[in-house]
Design a protein around this ligand. Structure first.
Ligand code: FAD
Length: 346
């Protein structure tokens, strides 16, 4: 069940393309996650220079930014609420596509020794490219699922046990201060070869780093990064209302029919070949011959989302590898060795 936004947020909930969307009142320039304009934009390419930023800010010396806007991007029948959150960073916490930020939620907790300590840092994959949703490098976006606790006995939500940081972020009013660390992570980076096909497999908020990829590949004019390969996104969610950034994805599919492919696995709406629920591994399996060929020819394969997605995917890939006379372990090892295999699950 989708949780409702707490009244603390100022603004108005409106409906865009059938979805409830939060519109901030205080922002000077409103960005929106619901865009169909995927034309290439000019960006300040100074952000292409230098080494990849890593752990610029730490728990002891964090960065303070402000929330610009929070939008619910799931529909009413989604199996939970996910928000697109734009943060005003003034460009002072630069990052590369595929990295994550840490967020330290406000408040304290009592640790195992009975001492009052600040809450720990939570990581969030960055859902915009380094240029942000406004293409000026002054913002960064997160895609956050509100963690709720449903009592297994009563089936009811227990607000006392709700996730601390995700609820803080999803309830944040424009202007709320946010304490950040990072950027962190080098597992999901884009390959230097701009012609290498990218096969991105996401479940839920695991789509976040791939949004940073597709914006860089298709929506920005970066002279030193001209993407010429195939971008293939497999996205697993429960139902149509749980799709994330679908408007942007449909526009890309329409504008780049030979370079952008999109396949959904809607577990509660579609059936797999055996008549069971359509999970992400079932959808990927439908194209396994093509995927194995692409990987043989230098494609990069990325996985991001909940940890639980990997066993099913691995079991499927192992079965397919065997049917092709391949030793699965050796095959995966080879991909890892050639840096073609990227997994970040949580
Ligand atoms: P917490 O307060 O840490 O609680 C965790 C869970 O425990 C919640 O489900 C909560 O309901 C439950 N809980 C709390 N109290 C109790 C209790 N007494 N009994 C039983 N259960 C309880 N998340 C995203 O949404 N988007 C991302 O892009 C994203 N990227 C990530 C990238 C990485 C590399 C990693 C490691 C994690 C990422 N996460 C992402 C997950 C994120 O870091 C947090 O773990 C998540 O938001 C939950 O944090 P929270 O503070 O809301 O919940």
């Amino acid at each position: 069940m989708q949780t409702m936004r707490a009244p603390a947020a100022q603004g108005a909930a409106t409906r865009v393309a059938g979805r409830r969307v939060f519109r901030p009142v205080a922002a000077t320039k409103v960005s929106t996650a619901v865009t169909t304009d995927v034309s290439k934009r000019t960006v300040p390419t100074a952000l292409e220079e230098g080494e990849m930023p890593l752990n610029t800010y730490s728990n002891k010396a964090p960065f303070k930014a402000k929330v610009r806007s929070v939008e619910t991007i799931t529909g009413p029948k989604a199996t939970g609420e996910t928000c697109h959150i734009i943060i005003d960073t003034e460009g002072k916490i630069p990052f590369w596509e595929g990295q994550s930020y840490g967020v330290i939620p406000p408040g304290t907790k009592i640790n195992s020794k009975g001492k009052e300590v600040p809450h720990g840092t939570r990581l969030y994959s960055i859902a915009s490219s380094r240029y942000g949703d406004d293409y000026d490098g002054k913002t960064a976006s997160l895609c956050v699922r509100r963690a709720v606790y449903v009592d297994p006995e009563t089936g009811k939500e227990d607000p006392a046990k709700k996730g601390i940081c995700s609820n803080f972020l999803c309830d944040a009013a424009p202007g709320t201060e946010i304490t950040m660390t990072g950027p962190t992570g080098k597992v999901l980076l884009l390959p230097a070869d701009t012609n290498a096909p990218l096969i991105c497999v996401a479940t839920g908020t695991g789509i976040a780093p791939f949004r940073s990829f597709w914006r860089r590949c298709f929506m920005e004019n970066v002279p030193s990064y001209k993407f010429t390969g195939l971008f293939w996104l497999f996205m697993g969610v429960a139902n149509s209302d749980a799709k994330l950034y679908d408007e942007e994805l449909q526009a890309l599919a329409k504008n780049y029919p030979s370079q952008f492919r999109l396949d959904y696995a809607l577990s509660r709406e579609q059936k797999n070949r055996k008549g069971g629920k359509m999970y992400i591994q079932d959808k990927v399996e439908e194209y396994s011959d093509e995927i194995f060929d692409l990987l043989d020819n230098g494609a990069h394969m990325y996985f991001c989302g909940l940890k639980g997605m990997m066993p099913g995917i691995q079991e499927m890939l192992e079965r397919v590898a065997k049917s092709k006379g391949l030793n699965y372990e050796e095959w995966v090892e080879g991909l890892k060795h050639r840096n073609q295999w990227h997994v970040e699950v949580y």
